[in-house]
Design a protein around this ligand. Structure first.
Ligand code: GLN
Length: 258
């Protein structure tokens, strides 16, 4: 796509599934869902939000975007077991047919292979080729800004787009050999505090450590996700009056001293 023509399978309603919204939701990650809902509503795009918690199953074909937020280690442990048992196969099937899967912080870690906490190994679903270790070092906390890797956002004109947010994680995440990061750290710690990489992206599966929440501070990224999930070119989304959103983005960048 890219010629402004709606693809035959483009959808007019964004169907979002929040995974474990009660347990994996720190730093106001719920605000991300609210932004998706509002930006669809302002454009007259339908929006359906379902949630899927412990012990529940979902239909792999019934959602366009899956959201898995951040969590404390103990909640992550609970969700990780359940994710493998009741949701992993459907999540892989959904990702394979192009659904967007967005994991933030603890959610990002669970989209990888595993999260090692001392002698304990919390298994992830392996949608991203990353592994996380909870080291003895201090938590990686603070305001962060990253520049998206070329190809990590839609179209040439998106190169160099910047995301601003807040990170607070004990886990250090490393990328597999061929795993692309989501972006490069401009300011902050990123995946492990030393590689300069932040997040990961494989197809439409995206993981990042940026809370804040992420989308209210980066409305352009919310639109990019909406377009990706709906299967429409981003330019086809009706422009919105984003004065306040732009100010929020700039303020988050200033907080990160970028
Ligand atoms: N518990 C994980 C860690 O500390 C994730 C934290 C979070 O989601 N903010 O690394």
């Amino acid at each position: 796509m890219g010629d402004g023509v709606r693809s035959p399978d483009a959808k007019s309603t964004l169907r979002v599934c929040a995974l474990y919204p009660d347990l994996m939701n720190i730093y106001a990650d719920r605000g991300n869902l609210l932004v998706l809902e509002r930006r669809c509503a302002w454009r007259g795009i339908g929006f359906e939000l379902s949630s899927c918690g412990l012990g529940e199953h979902f239909d792999a074909g019934a959602h366009d975007l899956f959201y898995l937020g951040g969590g404390q280690d103990r909640d992550q442990r609970l969700c990780a077991e359940d994710l493998i048992e009741t949701k992993s196969a459907a999540l892989h099937a959904a990702a394979a047919r192009g659904a967007v899967v967005l994991g933030v912080c603890g959610g990002f870690q669970l989209l990888g292979h595993n999260y090692a906490l001392g002698n304990e190994q919390i298994e992830g679903v392996g949608l991203l080729d990353v592994a996380t270790v909870r080291g003895h070092g201090p938590r990686l906390i603070g305001n962060i800004a990253i520049e998206l890797s070329p190809g990590a956002s839609a179209g040439e004109e998106r190169e160099g787009r910047v995301l601003a947010g807040f990170e607070n994680h004990g886990g250090r995440t490393t990328l597999g050999e061929r795993q692309e990061p989501l972006g490069r750290v401009l300011r902050g710690h990123g995946n492990d505090g030393c590689s300069g990489y932040e997040g990961a992206r494989r197809g439409n599966t995206i993981g990042t450590y940026l809370h804040g929440p992420l989308l209210p501070k980066n409305a352009w990224f919310a639109d990019w996700l909406v377009a990706l999930a709906l299967g429409v070119p981003e330019g086809e989304l009706e422009p919105l009056d984003d004065g306040i959103e732009r100010e929020a983005h700039l303020s988050a960048l200033r907080a990160a001293r970028v």
